[in-house]
Design a protein around this ligand. Structure first.
Ligand code: IPD
Ligand code: CA
Ligand code: CA
Length: 260
């Protein structure tokens, strides 16, 4: 089993690096992609699909019996307890707009429990990796959430996820913004979770977010000593949800603002 887990870790690390390297080789090369920025916010480039195919093909080659849930391909059929959750390009509009805040996000679940998570931001040279019970790492060095416990000293990250009602999200932001040091938006849910795990921000919250946007980040933050719940304080499930990720110390104060 230990060998199997080590093989899976090596496979996952190789996979996000390969996908990220593919994207980096095409980053800033296709100026026509910038037009996507002025179309829909949820733009998809041809690279989202190409990288998804690359990733899913390799998983199916290596672990043919496992199931895969990917943003671009949906859920494969099967009974396996193993599930790979894939976002081939998180931060598509950043990528299209020559902005380096994009990442490849992949998590592995067994029997409903997150075991491995990887987020690779190739243009930043940041590889985040988490293993259940073994810790969270940035470029193979252990990372921890921040120690800040006061909201007034806290940097928060935010993305609206799938929530389209800007009056609703605006009202949440309006309540929280006056209470914190700053509120920032990176445009990649994967990176937002990773930066909380690495102590670059105290918390990240998001509404109606899809599982592939956050699955690796959930394990990463838990393994870095932080906490992840929905806005009611309950654990995450593989479904669209409103989620709060934090260093643990500012969690309950923030839930007071987020609870409907
Ligand atoms: C998007 C980003 C963004 C979030 C959206 C996601 P994509 O992912 O993570 O920050 O607000 O909900 O869809 O579409 O670039 O993979
Ligand atoms: Ca995404
Ligand atoms: Ca995506």
């Amino acid at each position: 089993m230990a060998k199997t887990r080590d093989q899976m870790k090596a496979f996952l690390e190789g996979l996000v690096k390969q996908a990220g390297t593919f994207l980096l080789a095409r980053f800033k090369k296709d100026i026509r992609l910038q037009q996507k920025r002025y179309g829909v916010k949820d733009a998809i480039t041809k690279y989202d699909k190409l990288v998804d195919e690359l990733i899913v093909h390799q998983i199916r080659n290596q672990y043919p019996e496992h199931r895969v849930l990917s943003e671009e391909g949906g859920l494969t059929k099967g009974e396996s307890e193993w599930l790979w959750i894939v976002d081939s390009l998180d931060g598509t509009t950043s990528f299209a707009n020559s902005n380096p805040l994009f990442s490849v996000c992949i998590a592995l679940q067994h029997d409903g429990e997150l075991l491995l998570g990887a987020i690779y931001a190739p243009a930043l040279g940041e590889l985040y990796f988490a293993e259940k019970g073994k810790g969270a790492f940035l470029n193979h060095k252990r990372i921890h959430v921040s120690e800040i416990s006061e909201l007034k000293k806290s940097y928060l990250l935010y993305c609206e996820g799938g929530e389209k009602d800007r009056l609703k999200t605006g009202s949440i932001l309006g309540k929280i913004y006056p209470e914190v040091m700053d509120l920032r938006k990176l445009g990649s849910a994967g990176l937002e979770t990773a930066w909380v795990a690495a102590g670059k921000a105290e918390a990240y919250f998001t509404t109606n977010i899809e599982p592939w946007d956050v699955a690796p980040g959930i394990l990463l933050i838990q393994e870095a000593g932080g906490r992840v719940t929905n806005f009611q304080g309950n654990s995450w499930k593989v479904e669209r949800s409103d989620l709060l990720f934090s260093n643990g110390k500012v969690h309950s104060s923030l839930l007071d603002f987020l609870e409907p």
